[in-house]
Design a protein around this ligand. Sequence first.
Ligand code: ZN
Length: 478
Amino acid sequence: MEDESGSLPPKSDFSAWYNDVLWRAEIMDVRYPVKGLYVWFPFGFGLRRHTYAILRSLLDGSGHDETLFPLLIPKTEFMKEAEHIKGFEEEVYWVTHGGLTELDVPLALRPTSETAMYPMFALWVRSHADLPIKVYQIVNTFRYETKHTRPLIRLREITSFKEAHTAHATWDEAAAQVETALSLYTQFYDDLCVPVIISRRPDWDKFPGADYTMAVDALMPDGRTLQVGTAHHLGTHFSKTFNITYEDAAGEQQFVSQTCYGISERCIAAAIGVHGDDRGLVLPPKVAPVQVVVIPIIMKKQAEEVRAAAEQLRAELDAAGLRVKVDDRDLRPGAKYYHWEMRGVPLRIEVGPRDLAAGTVVAATRDGEKMTLNRAGLAAEIPGVLSAFAGRLRERAEASLTSRIIPAESVETAVEATKSGIAVVHWCGDEACADMIEKETNASVLGTEVRSVHIEKSEGACIVCGRPGTSTVIARTY
Ligand code: ZN
């Protein structure tokens, strides 16, 4: 399946680079004959597996239980919540037939699972003792996208939607759960070394059927932001619709307050986009399917000894819990370096006859740091080398983000700022002013209540009308 002909476009041509790197590094195959549906290469699926293992561990460690609901949702349930239907009606795929027989009730392929889960929540919740419910599933969802589709970013089948759904006795507890979700997502993106900005979406951009929506955005190399996570406070919209109630201490029936929060494979698009370079992927060690590649430098002399030493090293690193591969294919070392650099492997170790004699190995991290390490005790050294590499990735990503966050005191400066990154303006909260900003900049108001170590919150005159406003982030978006 490998084809290394031609060369990768430079990353400065981001769109071309992105499309090309996905197949050269064997992440996604775009040749599946349905628009907006893509195939994970096994290497890409390994990246997915390690990425989602972090999410699972964060959720499992904070009181969530993993579950699995059906893909099909009866139209009768789907159509119950008015705002929700309005938000999704143009994107839903319907199953209308079983074989040749028309179904009495058409079935929706889930675009998201509120209307699959909440009728069941109504059966599960009886008393205060049944609360809170905190469940999640990692599933495929379907949306009939009419915009230009793009692998991992805009899909008709989202293959890896991690959706969490919670139910609580009070509105405040649900609000606290939204904060918990945001803190888990912040940790998750820190493991991917991807800096993110959290903000509260304007009301017209919130999830259909939510009281409010908090969103997590990453800044891609082309200056556009990618929404890589959301957390919604659903209030009692859905519990009233699906009659999810509990009996309180006074014996009264109360509606539960709910939240839901999700992350899709866009998280992988962000890691690829933020870290990659002109030579291919650069993967954060925690999610790299191969963390260390061992390249035996085979000469005529001592070929067997070198092979054996490479295998011995592989076994040691494997025993130390590292994901390691020996590349002993009959290829020039340069071709092997190219191959593994394209796939973003964080660390390469070369084992040659001279190293054997000296009791050392030559190692190089994916960002070009070369070092000679002692062969004795090497397995214990590697985690430190990988973690220093991750630290440099994080620092570079932070520096790149901060250099593209630009305070803008006027609409004109916001227009300039959003050409390359994120404008921080003061906005009064009025929709007409936001419309004006969006029209002039051709960008979107991401939100207010901004949380980012890179953006200081402040008050000031709205850049459109001059009335009191607060810090608001604006960017062109995917
Ligand atoms: Zn205004």
